[in-house]
Design a protein around this ligand. Structure first.
Ligand code: NAP
Length: 283
């Protein structure tokens, strides 16, 4: 049976490391990292993500503030909020919870965040640095995936990795990070042909599709590694993009849903907030 990479367990370790580092930063600088999350509208999923982020910050000894705005806020008003946060020396990380209402240009908002405070790693300059392999803030979900692989000392060099999904949030950055560790990367998407054949060739599959059971047992070669990013609600239950129950017996490592990539995303966000803090206070 394959080994389960528990994001739930690993994230506890990462969060404890973060907590200790926050204590030490407080002793050195007399201040702790402060993450501000801007939430526009009242989407229930966004609301619960934002609350989970705040809870995690507070548990790690960091400061966290949620700025809530109604969905009819104008683009200019939201930009003003970002500019004020950019200029506020007591704020080290800024995160605008996506999605934001359609009448606001998402790119304008992301571009307005000071790169030093861009905890999500979505600013185009951060993305460019990641592509160039230069120091930068990495997006939390792909960063969490890499931490999971590293925690099991999984050798990536020369491995064939298939990423299913090409979003800017997950698929593309995951591909860059795996390539950076010398994997040979293929990216599949909704127009990809012969997905099954491509899956069967892969040593590592990262599924970030958002469609339950996209990857099934007949598509995976024995001993492969499965990282399941997908979160799908089916009959009131959360399940991933991969058929975990069938796959866990033939894979060498597999991540569950829930309790896999999700908790690692939050743990990585905490690490990013510390990185932003250090970048700012050490300037
Ligand atoms: P997204 O922006 O909707 O991207 C989905 C990708 O899957 C697209 O590239 C799409 O292709 C591709 N796709 C759709 N149907 C496909 C199919 N039948 N075969 C192959 N590829 C297909 O989603 P996302 O933001 O990357 O998120 C993906 C999933 O991960 C979602 O379930 C999301 O909830 C979850 N997620 C989880 C976390 C976490 O922390 N656990 C974080 C982020 C996202 P096209 O580009 O051609 O449309």
């Amino acid at each position: 049976m394959g080994e389960i990479i528990s994001g739930k367990e690993l994230s506890k370790e990462v969060r404890e490391e973060v907590r200790l580092e926050v204590e030490s930063l407080k002793a050195t600088y007399g201040a702790v990292p402060h993450l501000v999350v801007v939430l526009v509208g009242n989407d229930p999923a966004s609301e619960s993500y934002v609350k989970a982020k705040k809870r995690a910050c507070l548990k790690a000894g960091m400061e966290s503030t949620i700025i809530r705005k109604e969905s009819d806020i104008t683009e200019e008003e939201l930009l003003d909020i970002i500019i004020n946060l950019n200029n506020d020396k007591g704020v080290h990380g800024i995160l605008v919870q996506l999605p934001i209402p359609k009448h606001i240009n998402e790119n304008k908002i992301i571009d307005a965040i000071l790169i030093e405070k861009d905890v999500d790693g979505f600013h185009p300059l951060n993305v460019a640095y990641m592509h160039l392999g230069r120091p930068c803030i990495l997006p939390a979900t792909p960063k969490g995936i890499m931490t999971m692989l590293k925690s099991k000392n999984i050798e990536l060099k020369g491995k064939d990795a298939l990423i299913i999904g090409r979003s800017n949030l997950v698929g593309k950055p995951a591909a860059m990070l795996l390539m950076g560790q010398h994997a040979t990367v293929t990216i599949a998407h909704s127009r990809t042909q012969n997905l099954k054949e491509k899956c069967l060739q892969a040593d590592i599959i990262v599924a970030a599709v958002g469609r339950a059971h996209t990857v099934t047992k007949d598509m995976v070669k024995p001993g492969a590694i499965i990282i399941d990013v997908g979160v799908n609600r089916v009959d009131g239950k959360l399940i991933g993009d991969c058929d975990f129950n069938d796959l866990k017996d033939i894979t060498s490592f597999i991540t569950p849903v829930p309790g896999g990539v999700g908790p690692m995303t939050i743990a990585s966000l905490l690490q990013n907030t510390i990185e932003c803090f250090k970048g700012i206070v050490q300037k």
